[in-house]
Each structure stands twice: as structure tokens, then as C-alpha cells.
Design a binder for this molecule. Structure first.
Ligand SMILES: Cc1cc2nc3c(=O)[nH]c(=O)nc-3n(C[C@H](O)[C@H](O)[C@H](O)COP(=O)(O)OP(=O)(O)OC[C@H]3O[C@@H](n4cnc5c(N)ncnc54)[C@H](O)[C@@H]3O)c2cc1C
Length: 396
């Protein structure tokens, strides 16, 4: 089969890897002009780590990633009130790495070793499924015909919009926005410690990375729209809302003006009644974004891509049955992750004083044996079983 995969994030190249291995012809299209660099960090672990293991990329992920030694809750004066190790929280000592989302994407893409046709700087503008083929018109004007199209183009998926309807029908905004930005030379530093500070309505996290890079992550209660595309207006919103807040908030906002990279978006989940329609399917955040509150979107994206490719490899030309089995296998598991994640908003941006007190009290107990496990079991622990790969051997 010829499969067009839209989006070169986490799910897209994973799907391309396994489809290619099963002997399918794959074309990857990415709207960015080149593979992205920098951007926010993801904690990568769980069943996604098992998929990475089967792809042989774990050593490279470890080389490019980091291992945080401590997550530390601090007061407005920077005094430590909570401390625990992230790997204990994830119940995963050696199957965990923190890595830039773009580095995870690049590592997966590099595993394809150039054997998949990739088009950068383009996207899909129209999709027409006639039952036998999908006729694709690209934004560049180019046209193609393929057997299947899979949207792996993230939270704001164009494939979903074109094939299933407008984003508003499927997006559940959780009333929080997230911003991540990287600066150089920021002081103070606490190497490989996640420093976490919260007040009612927001949380600020400072991550001191190698090469004198500091990453800030802000999660803020905000129900309204974000000023689209205008970085000055977006940064202005953060400055206005966080003026006068404690700990290093003022210094972080000051550093934001000279950030090397700046990201801001709504924290949302995507809930679709179905992950495919005819010859068009969705995977990763495009299909079922769990939001950053789940702490596992990249791992789920890899599990979904691997499972879809495995079902397509086994389907003997019946793509409809493969799409159905892919969704039946994973949708209940992913929905449970989404449901559990919704309850974690208070950790990222407490709504009120009571939630702030609960957050801080929970964090301060997290270092005690067994507590992290009990508190986070529903959200962070995986029960999904990966299907055996339908292809053997290690050659692409
Ligand atoms: C701040 C933050 C922190 C997070 N922390 C974690 C964490 O700790 N652990 C974790 O596992 N997950 C985390 N996540 C979630 C994780 O980043 C996502 O779930 C994951 O990246 C989803 O992968 P994906 O491939 O589906 O989509 P993406 O990684 O978003 O990739 C989509 C790709 O499609 C491209 N694209 C978009 N539109 C188009 C188009 N129209 N045409 C062509 N290409 C297009 C994009 O440029 C991008 O390359 C976090 C997310 C955020 C925002």
C-alpha cells in the first residue's frame, strides 16, 4: 500500500518506521521547512519506551536525553518544602528519560535512515476519498493519489479538520494554557533538578539543563483565547497575568524577552467518536491528545503508531478491519489516561486556595515510600499490552 503520513512529530515517523518495515510505500509530509530543534521537554517512559526498544533507539535517546535527579517544591522565598525523584514517581528506574520533544522526533526520524520520502514545508489542503484511493491536493498545488492517509499532525491536525470536521467539535480545552521557553546563562541554576513553584492559578517550573540552558515551563489558568501568532501579545498576556507573583516569576518573565525559543498553546484534549473514516485515519495527538497533564502523550503516540502499523501489516488489504482493531485495542486505555489526566489540573494550576494547599501537601508527602505510587497510580501506570510485531528481522 502507498500511505501518506502527515506530520513529522513523534507518531508520524514511528508509523513510517513500522509501515516501511512491513513493506509499504510511505510518504511523510511536514509543514515545517526542516526538522525542528529545541522546544519543550517530555518525560518519556512506559509502553512508549518499549516501542522505542523494539526500534533499537533507546541508547540514542539516553545519549540525547537527561535524567532529572530531583523534583523540588519551593516556597515564594525558594525554600524547599517537597522533594522526590521523578523516576520513583514514574515507577521506572532505567526506562525513563527526559528529552526535548524535537530530539525524540529527530531520533525516530533518523532511524528511518532516509528510506522514506519526506516532503518538508508542505501540507494537505484537500483530501477526497473515493472508496478506492485518496486523492490528495497539497498546499503547494502538488497532487498525489494514495491508498491511505494518516494524520499524525498533532493537536491542531489539518487531516482531522479536512476529514472529520472543525477542531472545536473534538477539542476539550481544560482551562489552562502552557508556555515553555529556553534561555541561556540564567542564574541561579540547580543542575538536573526540576524546581517547582505554584500559586493560585499558575505554576512555574525551572529546569537547569546542560550547556548553561534553562527551560521555564508556565501553566496558567486561562479560559479565553490566546492572541494567535503574535509572540509579543502572547508574552504580554503572561506578563500581565503573572505580575507581582513570587519566587523567580519576575526574573523568568524578564528572561522570556530574550528566549531562544518560545512556545504557548491551550492545554486541551481531543476526544473523537472514531479514529478513522474510510481510508483516512488519525494517530497520536491528532486522534486522542491526552494533554500535557497526562505526562505521557509522546509515549501514547508511539504506542498508537506501532499498533496501527502492526494491524495494517496483518490486515491482508482490509484497511477498515485494521483501523477498527487499532481503535478497539487502544481507545479504552487512552480514554482512561485522558480521564485520569483531567484530575491533575490542580497540580499544574490550582484553581483556588484549597487546591493549592492540597497540591503542596501531596507534594510534600511524595518522597515517602509508597505515597507517589498510591497518588499517581491511575494517571501514570501503564497496563497496555503491545501486539507482537507482524514483521521480523531488524532491517528496514
Ligand atoms: C509543554 C508540554 C509538555 C509535555 N510534556 C510531556 C511529557 O512529559 N511526556 C509526554 O509523553 N508527553 C508530553 N507532552 C505531550 C507530547 O508532546 C505530545 O503528546 C506528543 O508530542 C504528540 O506527538 P504527535 O506526533 O502526535 O504530535 P506532535 O509531536 O505535535 O507532532 C505533530 C507534527 O505535525 C506537524 N504538523 C502540524 N500541522 C501540520 C500540517 N497541517 N501539515 C503537516 N505537518 C503538520 C508539526 O509541525 C509536528 O512536527 C507535552 C506537551 C506539551 C505541550
Amino acid at each position: 500500500m502507498k500511505v501518506l503520513v502527515v506530520g513529522l512529530g513523534i507518531a508520524g515517523p514511528t508509523l513510517a518506521f513500522w509501515l516501511r518495515r512491513a513493506g509499504h510505500e510511505v510518504v511523510l509530509v511536514e509543514q515545517a521547512p526542516a526538522p525542528r530543534r529545541g522546544g519543550h521537554l517530555v518525560d518519556f517512559w512506559g509502553a512508549g519506551f518499549d516501542v522505542a526498544g523494539r526500534m533499537g533507539i533507546v541508547p540514542e535517546l539516553r545519549r540525547r536525553g537527561h535524567r532529572f535527579t530531583e523534583a523540588r517544591g519551593v516556597t515564594s522565598r525558594g525554600r524547599r518544602f517537597a522533594s522526590f525523584t521523578p523516576s520513583a514517581l514514574l515507577r521506572s528506574d532505567d526506562r525513563y528519560v527526559s528529552i526535548a520533544r524535537s530530539e525524540l522526533a529527530a531520533t525516530i526520524y533518523e532511524a528511518l535512515e532516509g528510506r522514506v520520502e519526506t516532503v518538508f514545508g508542505d501540507t494537505v489542503a484537500a483530501l477526497a476519498d473515493d472508496g478506492d484511493r485518496v486523492h490528495v491536493t497539497f498546499a503547494s498545488g502538488r497532487r498525489d493519489e494514495v491508498d491511505l492517509v494518516v494524520g499524525a499532525d498533532g493537536l491542531h491536525s489539518a487531516v482531522r479538520r479536512l476529514a472529520f470536521g472543525p477542531q472545536q467539535r473534538f477539542e476539550d480545552h481544560l482551562g489552562i494554557v502552557v508556555s515553555a521557553f529556553e534561555v541561556r546563562g540564567y542564574r541561579p541554576r540547580n543542575d538536573l533538578v526540576a524546581m517547582m513553584y505554584a500559586e493560585v492559578g499558575f505554576q512555574l517550573v525551572r529546569l537547569s539543563l546542560p550547556d548553561d540552558v534553562t527551560m521555564f515551563l508556565i501553566t496558567l489558568r486561562h479560559e479565553g483565547e490566546l492572541p494567535g501568532g503574535d509572540v509579543h501579545a502572547q508574552q504580554g498576556l503572561l506578563r500581565d497575568r503573572l505580575a507581582g507573583r513570587g519566587w523567580e516569576t519576575a526574573a523568568a518573565l524578564e528572561a522570556m524577552s530574550s528566549a531562544d525559543s518560545f512556545y504557548i498553546d491551550r492545554v486541551s484534549q481531543i476526544r473523537m467518536p472514531a479514529w478513522s473514516h474510510g481510508r483516512i485515519g488519525l494517530v497520536g495527538d491528532a486522534a486522542a491528545c491526552p494533554s500535557l497533564l497526562a505526562g505521557q502523550g509522546s509515549a501514547l503516540a508511539m504506542v498508537e503508531a506501532y499498533t496501527l502499523a502492526t494491524e495494517l501489516a496483518r490486515c491482508d488489504g482490509d484497511h477498515g478491519a485494521a483501523f477498527e482493531r487499532y481503535e478497539t485495542r487502544l481507545a479504552p486505555f487512552v480514554r482512561a489516561k485522558q480521564d485520569a489526566a483531567r484530575g491533575l489540573g490542580l497540580a499544574f494550576a490550582p484553581r483556588n486556595r484549597t487546591q493549592l494547599v492540597v497540591r503542596n501537601a501531596t507534594m510534600s508527602l511524595m518522597g515517602l515510600p509508597g505515597v507517589a505510587d498510591r497518588v499517581m497510580r491511575r494517571s501514570f501506570h501503564d497496563t497496555v499490552e503491545l501486539p507482537e510485531s507482524a514483521t521480523s528481522g531488524s532491517a528496514l
